[in-house]
Design a binder for this molecule. Sequence first.
Ligand SMILES: Nc1ncnc2c1ncn2[C@@H]1O[C@H](COP(=O)(O)OP(=O)(O)OP(=O)(O)O)[C@@H](O)[C@H]1O
Length: 281
Amino acid sequence: MSPAIAQAAAPVRQPEIRPVEASTLISYRGVGKVFETDQGSMTAVRDITLDIREGEFVTLVGPSGCGKSTLLNMAAGLFEPSTGTVSYRGEIVQPYNRRVGYMTQNDHLLPWRDVTGNVMIPLEIQGVPRAEARDRVETLLRDVGLQGFEKSYPSQLSGGMRKRCALARLLAYDPEALLMDEPFGALDAQLRMRMQIEIRRLAMDLGKTVVFVTHDLDEAVSIADRCVVFTQRPGTVARIVDVPLDRDRDLMQLRHNNTYRDLTAELWELLAPDMEGGDRT
Ligand SMILES: Nc1ncnc2c1ncn2[C@@H]1O[C@H](COP(=O)(O)OP(=O)(O)OP(=O)(O)O)[C@@H](O)[C@H]1O
């Protein structure tokens, strides 16, 4: 193992609760979440202490059911923590956190609206004047590489184009942070990589903070500035890994990069036992 990786992959001592730094956007402090179900109480996550810094691209990876989506939901103000606190810019997250945008595997595009009409929705809700909204949509469609498809309907778009459209609609809210829950899970490998390249470029160009949930270890390392690895349920932080790759890395060439290969192999070894025993419900 290279010294850089040994240092990057040093285990995080738990619990270790440091003061929140000024650059922190989203902060989980001693967070636990218990759901009441027909079968009784079920602890989804426990003792989560994690800070997401402004402008960072952080991936969350771990076995199915370890609570990754639950953590996103708490940052969005959809769920309250059962213990501990979740704060955003130093203030406890309330229902609902309108400064974040949420994207899931399902793009929820409206089939009866064309691309422009779909991306326009948040701007209509905000009451942005028509001409201004049109200009903004034009810019967004250029940002995500959908120019020329303004009048296409969702059914006429490829899987990647639908994602781009959903991304443009998400960006129309101009959220500070993007919470992404396996957004590219359903795409084939090539498209997935193109979307990974796009989302990193967009996040850097637009200065967005991204918290990105994935099952895929390669994805978790290739797009991240930091990768948070969770144990199986009740999920807690097993390790936080700095990804010592250039910010403007070439994702196409990563498979030839030794740091990337060593890091993914190491995380795979860390996660493999838990992945086998993951929650299959
Ligand atoms: N609203 C809810 N009510 C009851 N149980 C819930 C609720 N939301 C999540 N859970 C349970 O909490 C646990 C964690 O779920 P969560 O979706 O956060 O995990 P995950 O790591 O995102 O899973 P996956 O990778 O499979 O999407 C699961 O066992 C799930 O069934």
